[in-house]
Unconditional design. Sequence first.
Length: 424
Amino acid sequence: MPRIVVLGAGLGGTIAAYEIAGAVKGRAELMVVSNSEDYWFVPSNPWVAVGWREPEAIRVHLPPVMKKRGIGFTAVGAKRVHPAENRLELNDGTDLSYDYLVIATGPDLAFDEIPGFGPEHHTVSICETRHAVAGADVFERLAADPKPIVVGAAQGASCFGPAYEFAMLLDTELKRRKVRDRVPITFVTPEPYIGHLGLDGVGDTKGMLESEMRERHIKWITSARITSVDPDILHVEEVGEAGEVRKTHDLPFGMAMLMPPFRGVPAVFGVEGLTNPRGFVLVDKHQRNPTFRNVFALGVCVAIPPTGPTPVPVGVPKTGFMIESMVTAIANNLSDLLDGREPSFEATWNAICLADFGDGGVAFVAQPQIPPRNTNWSSSGKWVHVAKIAFEKYFLMKVRKGESEPFYEKLALHVMGVKKLRAR
Ligand code: FAD
């Protein structure tokens, strides 16, 4: 039987394994190569960092679930992908050959591109659950001894939703603790305007997020480039339309969380024909690599060009709905290939996002991602906070059961009234 290997068991790889298992049942052997036995629900990390979630609550131990679904599993991790030889070089020195490979390795966090940046230096991170746990300690110290906070994203970042979420969650929690009046918050972002989100805005995200920030007394600096970080000062350049430095800022902080730029993970970075210069996997409209036709990719590791030029580089976000849609397209395309047909399914690459602020939130749908759009919808209210909790509960329940059921599609159809979004 042909062997399909899914590389990476995060948000995309896990549901891909489940969905592919159903689609190719009895026609292929399926194997997942992860670098951890545990799955962590990344979208809840901001809650972990303000003490609203225990990390254990968002963890799923994968080996028994994979076994139940008849999926082979190893947590040894891949050192390098060798697509010309249909082979993975694993971290324990062994090799694993495949007939089809699905790459779902997510991002490598490029903290090293800015001096002093990242959880090994002076800023906290919410990108991984273990980072968020360390961030929660910093937050507790800050709440006990109030100091300024800086939140936002670095130049080249593509994932802005969590930055906005975290700024508002901090505001909500500090108010609950009655110390918000002693904690100035500044939002620093490479976006040319608040609410751009790497998508040139969706609906009225500019108006809604600016208004939310004004309401909460959060100051902001846009078109910002971080030059370096000292133990308690963030150095920032504000860039003008022509790329000139308009102003510099030295922002003191007791806690700073800025989303890093992403790049491809070392196992794929620089593999000729597989990835772009930033290490993201190149795919066609069927999620298939143009050079290595038996390799597919999904999620944050996929190369997607920016929506347009901005004074400071800004990437395009890859969020849960888009990932669900890539998963379905790949499962169907693998099924086609096993039946001797050419792949015909396409992911829709639309964006649906829920940004929770703890006491409300903002939601948007961008269809397609790049404007002008057919659907350009945004909304705000307490329902977003409730929907985000539902997303967490539903997704974790499905991962624990070994099932892949699209959450965002259901939300879009039943709550937002948006139709025909998924892989076709
Ligand atoms: P990941 O979930 O990061 O999974 C990649 C996996 O591959 C990881 O487990 C990694 O360890 C593994 N891996 C890497 N290299 C190797 C290797 N060599 N060998 C084996 N395994 C490897 N999107 C939403 O739609 N809604 C949200 O609310 C939301 N919130 C977010 C909050 C945060 C803090 C972040 C960072 C992102 C958020 N996103 C959200 C965006 C996106 O949905 C997530 O980043 C999501 O986890 C991406 O899924 P992925 O499978 O592409 O990557």
